[in-house]
Ligand binder design. Structure first.
Ligand code: 5AD
Ligand code: SF4
Ligand code: FES
Length: 360
């Protein structure tokens, strides 16, 4: 097998190289992490940008087999934030110089929903004088809906592919017309066509997932030329069907470590994209997000959902910050990021440099 330093010195990493990086242990793992840190400093700088996360609603039409807020989970109490609550959260982000917000929620598709988001976008744009960057993460929608939201001022969209290996995608989703792999791909294509900066990502440590699957995920990101990526460890939720397969999972710590190696490998592989330090990392390791920042991540999404609802937006167990308020997270994160040695990019959109270069 090729030497890790030879691999890291290559211009263009190939499938086998990616697998080798994901498999690295000991000194090799250390070399990967150091290379990722260097690449980050050189290509995107040691600046972490904030996206205030508003968990809009836990109502969802889908039934993803891994997710705690899936339609068929009757144990969750459903909520949807009011317009006033969302506007207040956006104002909080603006006043605390976050630069951007993310509006995330379960997948809802209806003309009324499209219109409600459109109106909210217009309102948030107006209240911030266009200053606040807006990312949406509201699932698969029609081209028309994407276009209307884009025209109303959203400019980034997150839609994880979850796994780019079709057979694995099908194992973690119901086999019905609401969960079609090709529809997911098509949605990603439409988002790009409309003009969004597009982010996708995967879960790491899924049952039956191999290093080869993950290497293919990385190649998929490059192939569809993403601008942003958010990926984190899979964390089993006891009220979901996939919980039945927990015996076949690798230990949580190993999933965490593999997630860090995915972040580092992606940084080396796609040098100028935005990579988020996923909140799920923090569910396993108390300084999980900080560790990801050290090895290539440059985005953090502090939760600014009104406190009472945070516990109901539980996609996975052990979710951090559910007892904290937006104010508490702000102070906490500032200290945490400072400890990594990076600075916070306050008051900036912090768009993906990769996207910026394509526009020129
Ligand atoms: N563990 C980790 N991540 C999860 N997500 C959903 N359920 C889980 C889970 N059990 C992630 C999915 C989704 C994102 C919003 O949350 O990747 O795209
Ligand atoms: Fe709904 Fe997203 Fe959960 Fe799937 S992962 S059930 S689409 S909230
Ligand atoms: Fe929420 Fe630390 S970031 S409490």
């Amino acid at each position: 097998m090729a030497n890790i330093h030879d691999i890291l010195a290559k211009q263009e990493l190939e499938f086998n190289d990616l697998v080798a990086l994901l498999a690295a242990t000991g000194d090799d793992r250390k070399a990967l992490f150091e290379a990722a840190a260097r690449t980050k400093a050189e290509h995107v700088g040691n600046v972490v940008y904030l996206r205030g996360l508003i968990e809009f609603s836990n109502v969802c039409r889908k039934n993803c087999l891994y997710c705690g807020i899936r339609l068929d989970n009757k144990e969750v109490e459903r909520y949807t934030l009011s317009d006033e609550q969302i506007i207040a959260a956006a104002r909080f982000a603006l006043e605390n110089r976050y630069g951007s917000i993310v509006i995330q929620g379960g997948e809802i598709t209806s003309p009324a929903f499209t219109l409600r988001i459109e109106n909210l976008l217009n309102e948030i744009k107006a209240l911030s004088d266009g200053k606040l960057g807006i990312t949406l993460s509201l699932g698969e929608q029609s081209e028309d809906t994407y276009q209307r939201w884009f025209d109303a001022g959203a400019h980034r969209y997150l839609l994880r592919i979850e796994s780019s290996t079709k057979s694995l995608y099908n194992r973690i989703h119901p086999n019905d017309e609401n969960h079609v792999y090709e529809d997911r791909l098509e949605a990603l294509r439409l988002l790009k066509k409309v003009g969004f900066q597009v982010g996708t990502g995967v879960m790491i440590g899924l049952p039956h997932q191999t290093l080869e699957d993950l290497a293919r995920d990385l190649m998929f990101f490059k192939e569809i030329d993403i601008d942003m990526c958010g990926m984190g460890p899979y964390i089993e939720h006891h009220q979901t069907p996939l919980y039945a397969e927990r015996e076949s999972l690798m230990p949580l710590q190993d999933r965490f470590d593999l997630a860090l190696k995915m972040v580092a490998t992606l940084r080396v592989y796609m040098k100028d994209i935005n990579i988020a330090a996923a909140t799920a990392l923090q569910a396993i390791d108390k300084i999980g997000r900080e560790k990801a920042i050290k090895v290539g991540a440059n985005i953090i999404m502090p939760n600014i959902t009104p406190g009472v609802y945070r516990d109901s937006y539980k996609l996975y167990e052990n979710k951090p910050c559910t007892d904290e308020s937006a104010e508490e997270c702000t102070g906490c994160l500032d200290a945490r990021i400072t400890l990594t040695g990076d600075e916070i990019g306050y008051d900036a959109w912090g768009d993906s440099q990769h996207f910026g270069k394509k526009q020129r």
